[in-house]
Ligand binder design. Sequence first.
Ligand SMILES: [Mn+2]
Length: 275
Amino acid sequence: MDKAVKHVRTLFLSDIHLGTRGCQAQLLLNFLAEYDADTIFLVGDIFDGWRLRRGWHWPQLHNDVVQMLLNKAHNGASITLIPGNHDEVMRNYLGTHFGGVEVARDAVYVTAAGKRLLVTHGDQFDVVVMNAKWLAHVGDRAYNTILWLNTWLNRAKRLWGGQYWSLSNWAKRQVKQAVNFIGEYENVLIAEAKRGGYDGIVCGHIHQAALKQMGDVLYVNTGDWVESCTAVIEDTDGTLHLIDWAQISRRRKMRALVAAQKQSKTAKRKLEPFV
Ligand SMILES: [Mn+2]
Protein backbone atom coordinates (compact mmCIF):
# COMPACT_ATOMS: atom_id res chain seq x y z
CA MET A 1 0.00 0.00 0.00
CA ASP A 2 1.19 3.46 -0.89
CA LYS A 3 1.49 5.24 2.43
CA ALA A 4 2.79 8.55 1.07
CA VAL A 5 0.57 11.36 2.33
CA LYS A 6 -0.81 13.53 -0.45
CA HIS A 7 -1.10 17.21 0.28
CA VAL A 8 -4.08 18.96 -1.27
CA ARG A 9 -5.36 22.53 -0.94
CA THR A 10 -8.87 21.61 0.09
CA LEU A 11 -10.86 18.54 1.00
CA PHE A 12 -14.66 18.38 0.76
CA LEU A 13 -16.50 15.56 2.55
CA SER A 14 -20.14 15.02 3.38
CA ASP A 15 -22.74 12.51 4.52
CA ILE A 16 -20.43 10.44 6.71
CA HIS A 17 -23.35 9.46 9.00
CA LEU A 18 -21.25 8.66 12.06
CA GLY A 19 -23.44 6.90 14.59
CA THR A 20 -25.03 4.56 12.07
CA ARG A 21 -24.11 1.03 11.10
CA GLY A 22 -23.90 2.03 7.46
CA CYS A 23 -21.00 4.44 8.01
CA GLN A 24 -17.81 3.19 6.33
CA ALA A 25 -15.56 4.53 9.07
CA GLN A 26 -12.57 2.27 8.31
CA LEU A 27 -12.49 3.28 4.65
CA LEU A 28 -12.75 6.92 5.68
CA LEU A 29 -9.89 6.53 8.17
CA ASN A 30 -7.71 5.03 5.43
CA PHE A 31 -8.61 7.92 3.17
CA LEU A 32 -7.95 10.61 5.80
CA ALA A 33 -4.60 9.00 6.64
CA GLU A 34 -3.56 9.52 3.04
CA TYR A 35 -4.80 13.05 2.48
CA ASP A 36 -3.73 16.23 4.22
CA ALA A 37 -5.33 19.56 3.38
CA ASP A 38 -4.98 23.24 4.26
CA THR A 39 -8.74 23.53 4.39
CA ILE A 40 -11.40 20.90 5.10
CA PHE A 41 -15.12 21.38 4.55
CA LEU A 42 -17.43 18.92 6.27
CA VAL A 43 -20.51 19.44 4.15
CA GLY A 44 -23.28 18.11 6.41
CA ASP A 45 -24.68 14.86 7.82
CA ILE A 46 -21.31 14.18 9.42
CA PHE A 47 -23.02 12.41 12.26
CA ASP A 48 -26.54 11.11 12.38
CA GLY A 49 -28.52 12.67 15.21
CA TRP A 50 -31.78 11.00 14.16
CA ARG A 51 -30.28 7.54 14.54
CA LEU A 52 -28.40 8.38 17.71
CA ARG A 53 -31.68 9.25 19.38
CA ARG A 54 -33.19 5.91 18.35
CA GLY A 55 -30.27 3.72 19.36
CA TRP A 56 -26.66 4.17 20.29
CA HIS A 57 -24.21 2.84 17.73
CA TRP A 58 -20.87 4.44 18.36
CA PRO A 59 -17.94 2.02 17.90
CA GLN A 60 -14.32 3.01 18.49
CA LEU A 61 -13.83 3.54 14.75
CA HIS A 62 -16.32 6.41 14.80
CA ASN A 63 -14.35 8.00 17.64
CA ASP A 64 -11.19 7.51 15.59
CA VAL A 65 -12.71 9.48 12.70
CA VAL A 66 -13.56 12.40 15.00
CA GLN A 67 -10.09 12.20 16.57
CA MET A 68 -8.36 12.18 13.21
CA LEU A 69 -10.30 15.26 12.06
CA LEU A 70 -9.52 17.08 15.33
CA ASN A 71 -5.84 16.15 14.91
CA LYS A 72 -5.86 17.67 11.46
CA ALA A 73 -7.35 20.85 12.93
CA HIS A 74 -4.71 20.79 15.66
CA ASN A 75 -2.00 20.45 13.01
CA GLY A 76 -3.17 23.61 11.29
CA ALA A 77 -5.94 22.59 8.91
CA SER A 78 -8.82 25.04 8.84
CA ILE A 79 -12.00 22.98 9.27
CA THR A 80 -15.54 24.19 8.68
CA LEU A 81 -18.53 22.07 9.65
CA ILE A 82 -21.68 22.84 7.70
CA PRO A 83 -24.62 21.09 9.40
CA GLY A 84 -26.97 18.94 7.36
CA ASN A 85 -30.46 17.71 8.12
CA HIS A 86 -29.25 14.64 10.03
CA ASP A 87 -26.96 16.69 12.27
CA GLU A 88 -29.14 19.79 12.27
CA VAL A 89 -28.68 20.02 16.06
CA MET A 90 -25.37 21.70 15.09
CA ARG A 91 -27.37 24.54 13.54
CA ASN A 92 -27.81 25.76 17.12
CA TYR A 93 -24.05 26.39 17.22
CA LEU A 94 -23.53 28.44 14.06
CA GLY A 95 -20.57 30.76 14.43
CA THR A 96 -18.98 28.80 17.28
CA HIS A 97 -15.79 26.70 17.39
CA PHE A 98 -15.28 23.13 18.61
CA GLY A 99 -11.66 22.06 19.03
CA GLY A 100 -10.64 24.21 16.08
CA VAL A 101 -13.68 23.31 13.97
CA GLU A 102 -15.86 26.22 12.95
CA VAL A 103 -19.61 25.71 12.53
CA ALA A 104 -21.30 27.65 9.71
CA ARG A 105 -24.66 27.41 7.93
CA ASP A 106 -22.86 27.54 4.59
CA ALA A 107 -19.69 29.05 3.18
CA VAL A 108 -18.24 30.80 0.17
CA TYR A 109 -14.95 29.30 -0.97
CA VAL A 110 -12.55 30.73 -3.55
CA THR A 111 -10.38 28.15 -5.32
CA ALA A 112 -6.72 28.70 -6.24
CA ALA A 113 -8.02 29.31 -9.77
CA GLY A 114 -10.21 32.16 -8.46
CA LYS A 115 -13.56 30.36 -8.78
CA ARG A 116 -16.15 31.37 -6.19
CA LEU A 117 -18.04 28.36 -4.88
CA LEU A 118 -21.06 28.21 -2.60
CA VAL A 119 -20.64 25.37 -0.11
CA THR A 120 -23.88 24.08 1.40
CA HIS A 121 -25.33 20.73 2.47
CA GLY A 122 -28.35 21.12 0.21
CA ASP A 123 -31.28 19.70 2.17
CA GLN A 124 -32.98 23.11 2.19
CA PHE A 125 -33.52 22.73 -1.55
CA ASP A 126 -35.45 19.50 -1.57
CA VAL A 127 -38.77 20.92 -0.36
CA VAL A 128 -40.06 20.14 -3.85
CA VAL A 129 -39.66 16.46 -3.10
CA MET A 130 -40.21 16.39 0.65
CA ASN A 131 -42.80 13.62 0.35
CA ALA A 132 -40.40 11.36 -1.54
CA LYS A 133 -37.22 11.93 0.44
CA TRP A 134 -36.26 8.25 0.63
CA LEU A 135 -36.09 8.10 -3.16
CA ALA A 136 -32.89 10.09 -3.01
CA HIS A 137 -31.14 7.08 -1.58
CA VAL A 138 -32.34 4.58 -4.14
CA GLY A 139 -29.51 3.46 -6.38
CA ASP A 140 -28.67 0.73 -8.87
CA ARG A 141 -28.18 -1.76 -6.11
CA ALA A 142 -31.70 -1.30 -4.74
CA TYR A 143 -33.06 -1.68 -8.26
CA ASN A 144 -31.17 -4.94 -8.83
CA THR A 145 -32.33 -6.26 -5.47
CA ILE A 146 -35.93 -5.50 -6.38
CA LEU A 147 -35.54 -7.24 -9.75
CA TRP A 148 -34.11 -10.30 -8.03
CA LEU A 149 -36.90 -10.23 -5.45
CA ASN A 150 -39.44 -9.95 -8.24
CA THR A 151 -38.22 -13.12 -9.92
CA TRP A 152 -38.60 -15.07 -6.69
CA LEU A 153 -41.93 -13.53 -5.81
CA ASN A 154 -43.33 -14.49 -9.19
CA ARG A 155 -42.00 -18.02 -8.87
CA ALA A 156 -43.67 -18.31 -5.48
CA LYS A 157 -46.90 -16.82 -6.84
CA ARG A 158 -46.97 -19.33 -9.72
CA LEU A 159 -46.58 -22.15 -7.22
CA TRP A 160 -49.58 -20.86 -5.29
CA GLY A 161 -51.51 -20.38 -8.50
CA GLY A 162 -51.55 -16.64 -7.98
CA GLN A 163 -51.53 -13.96 -10.63
CA TYR A 164 -48.38 -12.61 -12.13
CA TRP A 165 -47.74 -9.25 -10.53
CA SER A 166 -44.77 -7.28 -11.69
CA LEU A 167 -42.84 -5.80 -8.86
CA SER A 168 -40.19 -4.76 -11.39
CA ASN A 169 -42.62 -2.42 -13.12
CA TRP A 170 -43.26 -0.79 -9.79
CA ALA A 171 -39.49 -0.70 -9.16
CA LYS A 172 -38.86 0.84 -12.55
CA ARG A 173 -41.34 3.59 -11.77
CA GLN A 174 -39.62 4.23 -8.41
CA VAL A 175 -36.16 4.30 -9.99
CA LYS A 176 -37.42 6.67 -12.68
CA GLN A 177 -38.76 8.94 -9.94
CA ALA A 178 -35.41 8.74 -8.12
CA VAL A 179 -33.53 9.64 -11.28
CA ASN A 180 -35.94 12.53 -11.84
CA PHE A 181 -35.39 13.59 -8.26
CA ILE A 182 -31.61 13.63 -8.65
CA GLY A 183 -31.87 15.61 -11.89
CA GLU A 184 -34.31 18.04 -10.32
CA TYR A 185 -32.18 18.48 -7.22
CA GLU A 186 -29.12 19.21 -9.35
CA ASN A 187 -31.04 21.74 -11.44
CA VAL A 188 -32.33 23.55 -8.34
CA LEU A 189 -28.81 23.84 -6.88
CA ILE A 190 -27.32 24.97 -10.18
CA ALA A 191 -30.05 27.63 -10.42
CA GLU A 192 -29.28 28.72 -6.85
CA ALA A 193 -25.56 29.11 -7.69
CA LYS A 194 -26.45 31.12 -10.78
CA ARG A 195 -28.86 33.33 -8.84
CA GLY A 196 -26.11 34.12 -6.32
CA GLY A 197 -23.56 34.82 -9.05
CA TYR A 198 -21.28 31.94 -8.02
CA ASP A 199 -19.03 29.98 -10.38
CA GLY A 200 -20.12 26.75 -8.76
CA ILE A 201 -21.80 24.96 -5.90
CA VAL A 202 -20.49 22.23 -3.59
CA CYS A 203 -23.12 20.14 -1.83
CA GLY A 204 -24.00 16.68 -0.56
CA HIS A 205 -27.25 15.32 0.85
CA ILE A 206 -28.48 13.05 -1.97
CA HIS A 207 -25.57 10.56 -1.76
CA GLN A 208 -24.91 10.95 -5.45
CA ALA A 209 -21.38 12.14 -6.16
CA ALA A 210 -20.88 14.40 -9.18
CA LEU A 211 -18.40 16.87 -10.59
CA LYS A 212 -19.63 18.49 -13.76
CA GLN A 213 -19.66 21.81 -15.54
CA MET A 214 -23.26 22.73 -16.30
CA GLY A 215 -23.10 25.80 -18.51
CA ASP A 216 -21.60 28.59 -16.40
CA VAL A 217 -21.89 26.65 -13.17
CA LEU A 218 -19.71 23.89 -11.75
CA TYR A 219 -21.91 21.37 -9.92
CA VAL A 220 -20.06 19.40 -7.25
CA ASN A 221 -21.64 16.78 -5.03
CA THR A 222 -19.22 15.12 -2.63
CA GLY A 223 -21.29 11.90 -2.39
CA ASP A 224 -21.23 9.99 0.90
CA TRP A 225 -19.38 7.52 3.16
CA VAL A 226 -22.17 4.99 3.46
CA GLU A 227 -22.24 3.46 0.00
CA SER A 228 -20.11 5.27 -2.52
CA CYS A 229 -17.23 6.48 -0.27
CA THR A 230 -16.33 9.56 -2.29
CA ALA A 231 -14.71 12.91 -1.60
CA VAL A 232 -13.69 15.96 -3.59
CA ILE A 233 -10.19 17.42 -3.44
CA GLU A 234 -8.74 20.64 -4.77
CA ASP A 235 -5.22 20.56 -6.21
CA THR A 236 -2.77 23.35 -5.51
CA ASP A 237 -3.60 24.77 -8.96
CA GLY A 238 -7.32 24.97 -8.15
CA THR A 239 -8.53 21.94 -10.10
CA LEU A 240 -11.19 19.86 -8.37
CA HIS A 241 -11.18 16.07 -8.51
CA LEU A 242 -13.73 13.49 -7.43
CA ILE A 243 -12.07 10.66 -5.52
CA ASP A 244 -13.85 7.31 -5.61
CA TRP A 245 -12.20 5.79 -2.56
CA ALA A 246 -14.24 2.58 -2.61
CA GLN A 247 -13.00 1.87 -6.12
CA ILE A 248 -9.40 2.77 -5.27
CA SER A 249 -9.54 0.44 -2.25
CA ARG A 250 -11.03 -2.39 -4.32
CA ARG A 251 -8.30 -2.04 -6.95
CA ARG A 252 -5.57 -2.02 -4.33
CA LYS A 253 -6.99 -5.15 -2.71
CA MET A 254 -7.09 -6.87 -6.12
CA ARG A 255 -3.52 -5.89 -6.90
CA ALA A 256 -2.35 -7.13 -3.49
CA LEU A 257 -4.22 -10.40 -4.06
CA VAL A 258 -2.70 -10.89 -7.51
CA ALA A 259 0.76 -10.09 -6.15
CA ALA A 260 0.30 -12.58 -3.31
CA GLN A 261 -0.86 -15.25 -5.76
CA LYS A 262 2.14 -14.64 -8.01
CA GLN A 263 4.41 -14.89 -5.03
CA SER A 264 2.92 -18.18 -3.87
CA LYS A 265 3.22 -19.57 -7.44
CA THR A 266 6.94 -18.68 -7.61
CA ALA A 267 7.37 -20.18 -4.17
CA LYS A 268 5.76 -23.41 -5.41
CA ARG A 269 7.93 -23.46 -8.53
CA LYS A 270 11.01 -23.09 -6.39
CA LEU A 271 9.86 -26.04 -4.31
CA GLU A 272 9.03 -28.27 -7.29
CA PRO A 273 12.55 -29.69 -7.94
CA PHE A 274 12.60 -30.98 -4.39
CA VAL A 275 9.12 -32.59 -4.48
MN1 LIG B 1 -28.71 15.20 4.21
